[in-house]
Design a protein around this ligand. Structure first.
Ligand SMILES: [Zn+2]
Length: 264
């Protein structure tokens, strides 16, 4: 990619097939409140895994953001006409894989998550570094993170390891749409942001590249929160970006809605 050309940011979004199979094993204490309801099970690597419980109070952690703007926005997943969203009653945990991270990018990652929190009303919680590669092939439940959906992983790659980063694509982002432990309501989880380390190194060397680099991270995090691309080139969720570094009115409307989903 060259900076005289255009910087393109694309999305990748994972989806998982859910098996609605009653679990045949023993009941945990949390199962008692849902006696008679089938526990949702997902098949991972040929193994049936019970979808983890969410241990929340059932109350939002932060106030919903009022919708005060209107414009073009889309969602990656919809179910019965409603967007599939993150659970606003739990922190959106995220981990950073610093391998290959260009200098001075880490503060931009923290700033971008804080920005997403502000515009969605979701609480993003940094859980530290990980050595898990940022990849859409990841398992959504992993021993290293305990009995819950894996936190959002943010990391760096290149177009050899991750062919979807080829050409001018600077980043990829998305989440998995999956039912909660019980019932049919779907939520987003186990998000991934993969950033092109070469493009980021080049951005960081260029004039005003820092703002654009942060904008790329925000765009990918918005995919993690469920937003898709739009046609309007004035929105940050346009798939190609030359100079936009601030959210447009449609982005802001979409982010407010993305953060106002039901609690698991
Ligand atoms: Zn995108």
């Amino acid at each position: 990619m060259t900076l005289t050309g255009r910087l393109v940011v694309l999305c990748g979004a994972g989806a998982v097939a859910i098996g609605l199979v009653a679990w045949q094993g023993g009941l945990g204490w949390q199962d008692l409140a849902h006696l008679g309801q089938a526990r949702n099970v997902v098949e991972l690597d040929g193994q049936e895994i019970r979808i983890p419980h969410v241990d929340s109070t059932g109350e939002r952690l932060a106030p919903a953001v009022p919708v005060s703007t209107a414009g073009e926005h889309t969602f990656l997943f919809e179910e019965d006409g409603e967007p599939v969203r993150l659970d606003p009653c739990m922190p959106v945990g995220w981990v950073l894989n610093p391998a290959g991270m260009p200098d001075d990018v880490e503060p931009l990652v923290h700033a971008a998550t804080a920005d997403l929190a502000q515009y969605t009303g979701l609480v993003f919680q940094y859980e530290g570094t990980t050595d898990e590669p940022a990849s859409f092939d990841r398992l959504i439940v992993q021993e290293r993170y305990g009995d819950r959906l894996a936190p959002v992983v943010i990391g760096f790659s290149d177009e050899t390891e991750t062919p979807d980063l080829g050409g001018a694509t600077a980043g990829l982002g998305g989440s998995t749409s999956i039912t909660g432990a019980y019932g049919d309501q779907r939520y987003l989880g186990a998000g991934v942001v993969v950033l092109d380390r070469d493009d980021f190194a080049e951005l960081m060397r260029s004039q005003s590249g820092t703002a654009l680099a942060e904008a790329v991270i925000r765009h990918e995090l918005a995919h993690v929160a469920g937003l898709g691309h739009v046609e309007a080139a004035t929105e940050l969720m346009h798939d190609e970006n030359t100079a936009i570094t601030e959210w447009g009115p449609g982005d802001r409307e979409g982010l407010a809605i993305a953060g106002a989903g039901p609690c698991a």
